[in-house]
Ligand binder design. Structure first.
Ligand SMILES: Cc1ncc(COP(=O)(O)O)c(C=O)c1O
Length: 370
């Protein structure tokens, strides 16, 4: 059947986020690292007003994203402590940062036999999108205690495979929540300029860590960010890339002309205008993350790692996992009402509201019999 399809696409496992359709029981959705807080009602009202009064649905949206790029350039410059002064021509906006990842793969590796380097476990979309484009992936491992990249392995992979053209890192990494170490950053600085270095800062607002101030010195670096996490706009799909204007120009050539609906552009602009209010809950999320971390450390059955993001990564101790697999724990938690993610050989739990986090702890206690 459907012989015209590429066999690698037929065999590919799709990314499956939230369970779709109607959920029988309401679940605490702690599986995709969203903010637990919706936009405040007054901002939704403003957005609705903009929609009703200024947005012409019969017209295409602004395909240049001019206003949004200017606002992002200003916010991103501020976010680097005023150490940089970005211009709109250093910004490209995508339908989620997923779109930008795909554009980067098209711009660098498609049809050229080149490949990408990732250190697993990491964000799975780099690999999935590369596979959909037929781009080979070189994987290196991370140190089991800290999840720092095995730099020796990475250097060896680059030596052995001159066709690697892009290196993907996440700062802090998903699902393991560790930020880049000084050694890893020093390695990125040493990478030759013919390699593209993608630094995904999707969780920047939770970590406060960015490499933006070094971008000028490294025209082969690109930083990705998103409105899906701290800015609470996951449903509207807005991500952005910051890089040298020539690299940005390549992304602009590849994207679809009207890749971002007017409503999404309006929402991202509104979120930036109201950033102080919206980012006001970051402190609460960080406190809740630390409370959850302390509480999870008290479970003898679990090993939990420190986090610089809005999620925690943990694994069942081997002795427990031998007779109670992590996939079973995932299902049992779901049956109790807490949805988390099983990925990279462990379990990733998004930090929710204090009530959701209390329920996560109760459900874990009940599943683990403590
Ligand atoms: C590291 C990382 N990058 C990118 C994304 C995707 O972000 P977006 O919603 O902007 O496509 C995610 C989403 O979970 C992520 O964890």
């Amino acid at each position: 059947m459907l012989e015209f399809l590429r066999s690698d696409i037929v065999d590919l496992t799709a990314y499956t986020p939230h369970p779709g359709g109607e959920m029988k029981t309401p679940l605490d959705r702690l599986d995709t690292n969203e903010s637990p807080y919706d936009l405040p009602p007054e901002l939704k009202e403003k957005l609705a007003w903009t929609y009703q009064n200024t947005l012409e649905t019969n017209r295409y949206p602004d395909g240049s994203h001019a206003a949004l790029k200017a606002a992002i350039a200003q916010y991103a410059s501020e976010s680097a402590g005023g150490l940089v002064s970005l211009k709109p021509d250093q910004i490209s906006v995508g339908n989620g940062s997923d779109e930008l990842i795909r554009s980067l793969l098209i711009a660098t590796c498609l049809n050229s036999a080149c490949s990408i380097l990732v250190a697993t476990p990491t964000f799975s979309m780099y690999g999935i999108l590369a596979q959909t484009l037929g781009i080979p992936i070189s994987s290196v491992s991370r140190k089991p205690d800290t999840f720092a990249i095995h730099l020796g392995e990475a250097e060896y992979a680059l030596e052995q495979n001159p066709l690697i053209r892009v290196v993907f890192v996440v700062h802090p990494n998903s699902p393991t929540a560790n930020k880049l170490t000084p050694d890893e950053i020093a390695w990125l600085r040493r990478l030759p300029s013919q390699l593209l270095v993608v630094i995904d800062e999707a969780y920047f607002e939770f970590s406060g860590e960015t490499l933006l101030s070094e971008l000028d010195e490294h025209p082969n670096w690109i930083i990705l960010r998103t409105f899906s996490k701290a800015f609470r706009l996951a449903s509207l799909r807005v991500g952005y890339a910051i890089a040298h204007p020539q690299l940005i120009l390549a992304l602009e050539k590849i994207r679809l002309p009207y890749n971002l609906p007017a409503f999404s552009q309006g929402a991202a602009l509104l979120a930036l205008e109201n950033r102080q209010d919206l980012l006001g809950c970051i402190g609460t999320i960080q406190q809740e993350r630390d409370r959850l971390y302390q509480a999870l450390q008290q479970f003898p059955q679990l090993r939990v790692w420190p986090s610089h993001a809005n999620f925690l990564y943990l694994r069942l101790q081997d002795a427990i996992a031998a007779h109670y697999p992590q996939s079973q724990l995932l299902d049992d938690l779901k049956a109790q009402g807490t949805l988390i993610r099983h990925t990279g050989g462990g379990l990733r739990i998004t930090v929710g509201t204090p009530e959701e986090n209390n329920r996560t702890l109760e459900h874990l206690k009940s599943c683990l019999g403590c």
